[in-house]
Every structure is written in C-alpha cells, then in structure tokens.
Design a protein around this ligand. Structure first.
Ligand code: UD1
Length: 382
C-alpha cells in the first residue's frame, strides 16, 4: 500500500508524528507487507520556529516533497497548493492521501486528490464550530464532504457527521491523535526548566526576567477574529496589562500574525513596558508542553491547546465565541470555558479559576494509541 500524507501548518506537525511512527513500527515487523509512505509539506508555515523546529523535536523525517507555498491570502495558498499537489499526485500515484485537521493544506489537497480519483482519509474529521466566518470551518466541511474515511476524535464529531448524512461505514471513532504526541513527549517536557525556556525565547527587545517558581498564566492568540481587529486586540491587551498581570506573570509566545498586528497598532509598546508580561517567540513543542504542565491558567484561541489543557487539567479560558471541540468544555466534562472577547466575562472567569487545583480530564480514547487505530483502519481498507 502506498500512502501519501500532507502537512502544511504548525498544528499538523504534532498530528503526523505519531502516524509516521506507527507506519515505521508496522514496517519493522517482518510479517507485515510494507507500507510506502511519502510526506508532503505544502510550506504554508515556513519559519524555522513555526515549522523546522517541530520536525526536529518530534523526530519527523524531512518531507519528501516541499511545495514551498508560503504566505498569502487563502485563495492564493489554496490555489497554489492545488496546482503543485496535482503534479505530485500524477507522479506518485498513492492509494491513499491522508489529510489532517482543518488548515488550508487539508482543503486544497483533499479536493485535488479526489479529482485525481485518489481516496482521501481525513484524520480529525467531524469537528464543527458552526461558524462559517472561520476559514477552518469551511476547510472542515469541504474536506469531510469528499473524504472516503472519516476518522473522528470524539463522540460529538461522529454524531455531527451522521447528522450531516455521511455514510456510517466511512466514520470511525479513533480518538485524538495529537494526544499520542503529548503522551510520547510528556517525560522529555517535564525535565525542562521554565526560566531557561524564557531565556532562550525572549524577544530581544523585551527586558523581562522570570523568577523560578512564580505563578504564571500563558496567552496564545492567532485567530483573525481576535488579532486583526484593532479594537478587539487592544481590549485584550488592556486586560492583560491592567488586570491579569496584577495577579500572575503572563507568558505570551506570540504568533507571527499577532506580533505584526501588535506592532502595527502600537500595542507592542504597552506590553514592552509591563515587567509582569513576558513576550516570547513561538516555542517548540516540548517548551509549550512544559508551560502547559506548570501554568495556573491558559488564555487561548487555539483548538489544539484547548485539548492539551483538558488532558493536563490546566484551567483554560477560551478566547472564542464558539468551539469545534465541545468535549473540552467544562459542562461536557473538560476544563475550558468559552468567553469570546467580552472582557467582563474574561475577568470574572479568571478570578474564579486562578487558584483552582489542576485536575486532568481525559476523554474516551485520548489514550496515546490513536495513530495505531488509524493505521489499522487504513490497512483494512487498502
Ligand atoms: C494557520 C491555520 C490555523 C492554525 C494556525 C496555527 C489555516 C486556514 N489556518 O493559521 O488553522 O490554527 O495556522 O498556527 O490554514 N507567518 C510567518 N511565518 C510562518 C507562518 C506564518 O511569518 O511560518 C505569518 C505570515 O505573515 C502570514 C501570517 O503569519 O500571513 C498568518 O499565517 P497563515 O498561514 O495565513 O495562517 P495562520 O494564522 O498561521
């Protein structure tokens, strides 16, 4: 069997690592017939600290093919990817194309493969925010509507697909593949030192230092709805600057999109002068995991971090109006609370959870063995 899998942006890298490991383990067993695997990187994320660092730290082999798509509007990214990927498929002729998550590469490559009459397997199928303003929601809906195998992370996702009329035989509940990576890397991360992480990643204009053992919260934001609008972004910055940082240190590994906006709006200057706010470059996987293990509170608009907070028990204030990952919410047994961008609600929730003791909440089949289940299903459908 010949499998070709696609990665494009940061959240894909943590999801492909366990699948590649599972394929290698399968191929190392002499009784099994070999699987040929080709890894394609579309190059949507290209900075060292948004891409290469993850390949290195998660032992992902260098991509066999890099499409070098880079930045651009959604149409530019999707269009360029489709043109390049079509040629790849004509040369490689795989039996299966595997796409992950909901980034532009997921959409572009699933559509291209399907038109080339190649079967598509979507890992992390069925997530729905029901918010068509999110580019990721469009990517999910289109990809799921044409995929031949829909591998879901939780019961909500399987139900969404059934409600949309997808054939039951295509849907398989396999668990969360990103948690395979978390389980495989917890021990390495636990040995890191917070002060060193900060020292190694401090943005050089930021003079702040961290005293080991001090309570801290972590902020990550990159969604256009939060960072591209000047008023919304400035309300967040005022909250972190005036309220949150008077209660804990704030550690903020900043996404390139967000850094650009902070500089453009002059908000960067405010953050720079607050000694309790530590601005960092994007972190590698183990560094972020260590912060999550030790943080008192997470403020995030990232889907993956909501899930990791759940498994590690870190109270999570989700800076979004909705989530495609309802299983992470407190009222569904998780740790996260949806607050949107309403600062009063954010303040109130922050007060409530700042001193809460961490308590991990692990959904069914988020057990570190999802990649093996994905591979078994592919083998049974070869
Ligand atoms: C993408 C994904 C999103 C995911 C996020 C994680 C889509 C539609 N969105 O959003 O689902 O949660 O990645 O990071 O695919 N940039 C750099 N260096 C890089 C990458 C990006 O400087 O290595 C800058 C570029 O100026 C770019 C901006 O960041 O314009 C945004 O990048 P883009 O690829 O458009 O989407 P993300 O916001 O990262």
């Amino acid at each position: 069997m010949k499998i070709l899998s696609v990665v494009g942006a940061r959240p894909n890298f943590m999801k492909i690592a366990p699948l590649i490991r599972a394929i290698n383990e399968h191929n190392n067993n002499k009784k099994h017939s070999k699987i040929k695997h080709t890894l394609v990187h579309t190059g949507q994320h290209y900075d060292d600290n948004m891409s290469n660092i993850f390949f290195k730290s998660l032992d992902i082999p260098e991509a066999d093919i890099n499409l070098n798509i880079g930045s651009g509007t959604h149409a530019t990214q999707v269009g360029k990817t489709m043109i390049e990927f079509e040629t790849v498929l004509k040369n490689e002729k795989p039996d299966w194309v595997i796409v992950l998550g909901d980034v532009n590469a997921t959409l572009a490559c699933s559509v291209t493969a399907k038109k080339e009459k190649i079967r598509v397997c979507h890992i992390e199928a069925g997530l729905r925010s029901n918010d068509m303003n999110m580019p990721e929601e469009i990517n999910r809906i289109v990809t799921d509507s044409i995929s031949d195998l829909l591998l879901t992370p939780d019961k909500f996702s399987s139900k969404n697909l059934l409600n949309e009329g997808k054939e039951e035989s295509k849907i398989h509940f396999v668990g969360n593949i990103m948690i395979d990576t978390l389980e495989a890397n917890k021990e390495i991360a636990s040995k890191l030192n917070i002060s060193k992480i900060i020292k190694n990643n401090l943005i050089d204009i930021n003079p702040h230092t961290y005293e080991q053992g001090k309570k801290f919260s972590v902020v990550t934001m990159h969604r256009p709805s939060n960072v591209d609008d000047r008023t919304t972004l400035s309300e967040f910055v005022n909250f972190f600057n005036n309220t949150a940082s008077s209660k804990t240190i704030i550690i903020w590994p900043v996404h390139p999109r967000t850094q650009k906006q902070l500089v453009l709006t002059g908000l960067w200057e405010i953050l720079k002068t607050n000694k309790e706010i530590i601005m960092l470059n994007p972190l590698n996987y183990h560094e972020m995991l260590k912060l999550n293990m030790e943080a008192n509170v997470f403020f995030t608009d990232s889907g993956g971090l909501q899930e990791e907070c759940c498994v590690l028990g870190t109270p999570c204030i989700t800076l979004r109006e909705n989530t495609e990952r309802p299983i992470t919410l407190k009222h569904n047994g998780g740790v996260s609370i949806l607050v949107g961008s309403d600062i009063k609600t954010i303040s109130k929730e922050f007060e409530k959870i700042i001193d809460v003791t961490k308590s991990p909440k692990i959904p069914n089949l988020w057990d570190g063995k999802t990649a093996e289940r994905c591979l078994d299903i592919l083998i049974n459908n070869q």
